[in-house]
Design a protein. Structure first.
Length: 278
């Protein structure tokens, strides 16, 4: 890019490659408080990236000078730059309880149109799960003034994004937290930071299916073992009950046989006495 082009676009900045993306709503525009749906991302910029920080401050100054008529509005004077809202925030002072913002500045950029999203080789990223809160990359942004209902300031517009590498997932994004296990599986097991191709996705799906089946088999085996033990105890109890019942029946049968034998003896003795008397 030539110097003349740079001078013609003093309000445009391309951040450094270590800029971290958070709250990345870049695939589908969303409305906030009933407003116009927009694509947005929060850019977390390390304070050590002094080149990017200086470019942003210069672009904010250029936007302030360019939009003084809008900032003035119906008033008599233009408000000072430090008296209006600006998009560059200090993470150490505004987010002191969040370690993600420690030693960083952050900017919220948005756009009514979808940003272009490419990888480190400038190839378009088509798989939505590749872009999540925590990745690092460059962002093309621009600054402009606004004056709406007395609300004056400088805002940041979002142009394009270039993902450079994966990063630690930021739990602040509840939607992406659902797919973060797959992303970490990719980082630690597949050992690559390229966009996932069809083969990689298939491997992850097959591995996930294998894990689900393994868990199902394990749970089923445990349940079967428990049921077998219960069945063995129940059968043992039934056998003991049946044995006890058979023993009682045998004792009763023997008692009946003894009583019958006694009656027969008594009968024969009585008959013999009758015959002898005759």
């Amino acid at each position: 890019m030539s110097n003349s082009t740079k001078l013609a676009n003093p309000m445009k900045v391309i951040t450094g490659k270590d800029t971290r993306w958070s709250y990345a709503t870049v695939w589908e525009a969303k409305s906030v408080n009933g407003g116009t749906p927009k694509f947005s991302v929060s850019l977390i910029i390390p304070k050590t990236d002094t080149v990017t920080i200086q470019k942003i401050k210069a672009a904010i100054q250029a936007a302030y000078e360019e939009g003084q008529d809008k900032l003035k509005g119906n008033g008599r004077t233009v408000p000072a730059l430090n008296a209006i809202k600006t998009p560059l925030h200090d993470g150490d002072t505004e987010r002191p309880d969040n370690p993600v913002y420690a030693g960083c500045f952050f900017i919220n950029a948005n756009s009514a149109t979808a940003p272009g999203i490419v990888d480190a080789d400038c190839n378009p990223i088509l798989i939505h799960s590749e872009v999540y809160s925590g990745v690092c990359g460059r962002a093309s942004i621009n600054f402009y003034t606004f004056n709406s209902n007395g609300n004056k300031g400088i805002a940041c517009g979002l142009n394009n994004l270039q993902k450079i590498r994966d990063g630690e997932h930021l739990a602040a994004d509840p939607v992406q937290s659902l797919i973060s296990p797959l992303m970490w599986m990719k980082i630690f097991y597949l050992k690559e930071v390229r966009p996932m191709n069809a083969t990689t996705i298939l491997c992850i799906l097959l591995l996930s299916l294998y894990l689900v089946l393994a868990m199902f088999w394990l749970v089923t085996s445990i349940i079967d073992t428990i049921n077998d033990r219960k069945r063995e105890k129940r059968n043992a109890a039934l056998d003991a009950e049946r044995e006890e019942r058979n023993s009682k029946w045998e004792a009763e049968r023997q008692q009946i046989e003894r009583e019958r034998a006694i009656r027969e003896v008594e009968y024969h003795e009585a008959r013999m006495k009758e015959l002898e008397q005759k």
